[in-house]
Design a binder for this molecule. Structure first.
Ligand code: HMH
Length: 211
């Protein structure tokens, strides 16, 4: 049986759960998150998305012809997203010219490292990165202001459809992949999951009120 995105989640439920649930997200839902925690996330995620956009550009460069449309649409949405992050940061008077925290740096380095990975591995990692936010922001349930806008960005039906298309493209690429490429794709999935959990923890811990 060929490896699929669904198999990856089913094989590693605990790892995926850790990647997509966190006190940070529950704190958005309950209103107990501190603004400093949220603002740390906002600035670091802007820096992440800039690096992620470059990664999607590289995935596009490696993609077969019939995958170009979906990736171009994704890049178009990322153009809007970067402008939206700038607007959100400006509303909160946040400085986006901030150094990357080490966890964000590690995630960006991982994305850069995918440049030399086979296309099925790149497509799997891209799907996992988007699916993590698609699920993570929806899992706690409806969020109050100001977080509802953030939850909706990654939880809206259009984004959910986009993530499904990314899964279908990754599955198509994996369908003809060798066992060693499958193993590399699985390792990339697990790496994304770890980095996602660490990213939430980075924001949650760095904005924490200390006594
Ligand atoms: C850390 N993972 C992180 N940030 C994002 N914006 C996404 C994924 C997008 O899906």
């Amino acid at each position: 049986m060929p490896l699929t995105c669904q198999t990856l989640v089913q094989t590693h439920p605990a790892v995926w759960e850790k990647a997509t649930t966190h006190p940070f997200l529950n704190g958005c839902r309950s209103g107990t998150l501190q603004p400093a925690q949220f603002n740390t996330w906002l600035v670091q995620d802007f820096l992440f998305v800039k690096a992620f956009t470059r990664m999607v550009g590289r995935v596009l460069a490696a993609a077969p012809d019939d995958h170009i449309d979906v990736l171009l649409a994704g890049l178009g949405a990322l153009k809007d997203e970067l402008l939206w992050f700038e607007a959100k940061a400006s509303e909160r008077s946040l400085n986006l010219s901030t150094p990357l925290q080490s966890t964000c740096q590690r995630y960006c380095e991982f994305m850069a490292s995918l440049a030399i990975a086979p296309y099925p591995v790149q497509a799997t990692a891209l799907w996992a990165i988007e699916y993590a936010y698609n699920q993570g922001w929806q899992r706690p349930g409806p969020m109050p202001a100001p977080y509802s806008e953030f939850a909706d960005r990654w939880g809206n039906p259009g984004f959910t459809d986009y993530v499904r298309l990314l899964a279908a493209q990754a599955d198509a690429a994996l369908a003809t992949a060798s066992p060693s490429v499958d193993a590399e794709a699985e390792a990339a999935f697990l790496r994304v999951a770890d980095l996602e959990a660490a990213f939430w923890q980075m924001a949650f811990a760095s904005g924490e009120v200390r006594g």
